[in-house]
Design a protein. Structure first.
Length: 143
């Protein structure tokens, strides 16, 4: 009985991890275009809003508050969508938008270095680092 309980619990956790790894926000369509170009990135860290959206900071009571990409987007854009989404887009997201916001646009960016870190977008995607975040680059560990 106890083994069955723990087996069921483990299956629930594994299912939840899989669902969260492929998180697509509120019918968002751009992730599918990226995954069409790079199907092997499904379920990786690149299969996330942070691919095109940046983190940010704001001042509160005289101190700077840092937010991750999801929180920054909700802070800037709002839960009701009344803010400016363009304020949350990183350089890769901006290049993607300028290139046409479709599957062809994803591969058209391969030779660029959107974040200016010395690695092409293709090189970064190939090793699983964010092409829009200069602090996340091949060979560098980030925490």
């Amino acid at each position: 009985m106890r083994k069955t309980f723990f087996l069921i619990l483990a299956l629930i956790f594994l299912s939840a991890a899989t669902v969260m790894a492929a998180y697509h926000h509120e019918g968002e369509k751009d992730a599918d275009k990226f995954l069409s170009a790079y199907p092997d990135t499904a379920g990786t860290k690149l299969d996330h809003c942070a691919l095109c959206h940046s983190s940010g900071k704001y001042e509160r009571k005289g101190k700077m508050v840092s937010l991750g990409s999801c929180q920054w987007c909700h802070y800037s854009y709002g839960y009701d969508g009344a803010g400016e989404i363009k304020d949350t887009i990183n350089d890769y997201g901006s290049d993607y938008k300028s290139a046409g916001r479709n599957t062809v646009a994803v591969t058209a960016l391969d030779a660029l270095d959107s974040d200016g870190d010395g690695y092409t977008n293709y090189e970064e995607v190939a090793v699983g680092t964010f092409p829009g975040n200069a602090d996340d680059q091949p060979g560098r560990f980030t925490y």
